[in-house]
Design a protein around this ligand. Sequence first.
Ligand code: KG4
Ligand code: ZN
Length: 346
Amino acid sequence: MMDKKDQYILAIETSCDETAVAIVKNGKELLSNAVASQIESHKRFGGVVPEIASRHHIEQITIVLEQALNEAKVTMEEIDAIAVTEGPGLVGALLIGVNAAKALAFAHQKPLVGVHHIAGHIYANRLEKEFSFPLLALVVSGGHTELILMKEHGDFQVIGETRDDAAGEAYDKVAKALGLPYPGGPHIDRLASEGKAAIDFPRAWLEEGSYDFSFSGLKTAVINTLHNASQKGETLKKEDIAASFQESVIDVLVTKTYRAAQEYQVNQLIVAGGVAANKGLRAKLQEQFAETDIEVLIPPLSLCTDNAAMIAAAGSIAFEQGHRAGLDLNANPSLSLERYARRSRK
Ligand code: KG4
Ligand code: ZN
């Protein structure tokens, strides 16, 4: 017999180019985490094509759903709530997940919970380790670069964010300029470990005390350096460009994160999003925080990039806090984290 107190959340994530369904028990225990990636289909275009993403999600969603239920050995009757990414993301892609979640909730008479994608990236870490507040989260992905302060579950205060390109976006654009395949982050990461940071690229510190970020100047500096070299007939080592670019990104990310962690006297630092997979960033953060009492949590690679387990983990807390969406739930492509937080704490 199933223990009545156990909570089972089924979650769906389709905000970008992964169709994902996962089942999580009691907010922390991963029972299944099915992901169908579309990267191969988008590669030849050098980025995600929204129409192609939507079409793939439609084709994959029921297959991935079945896989997640089979792997978890859980039936729909046992599920307590359906969580779904409602935003931010590509509207056409989000809609597939939102509609699939609504259909499931309606057909099986289950509560529906809308989840913010970034809350999901943060909560991926709770599948590994219980949170200790106050905590600071550094969210670095293809669409986001944010420093978020959390004083309790479901409470998100954005203390810094990018003013232009996201960190992952800068990685992907620089990779493109270097002729590397999409997504470029992992390729730059690998090349960086083989090169020397010999080129002094700029660091955008912004105004005194600001926790905001800016990466477009750095991206332009890399592209200009490549153009100047090719006009002079020189060839720069890709490894050195990658290493110099990566050092600039990591220097700014780690310095600002460290300063914010000290100022807000946090117990934990959480690193989340696709760029959290970066080996250079992980190593530098571990090194910088080693001397402090602050615990650094970085999820395993499979939980760094988009997945539905993180949506289930965040959805579990939102569900416990009484957050419910109606069958009129819509995709919300530019949903703000703070608006979402206020709503889920009601
Ligand atoms: O979180 P994510 O899977 O999707 C978004 O919500 O954006 O992040 C994808 C981003 C891409 O820009 C990709 O290049 C970057 O994460 N990324 C990396 C690494 N692995 C993935 N960036 C730097 N180093 C990596 N190892
Ligand atoms: Zn993401």
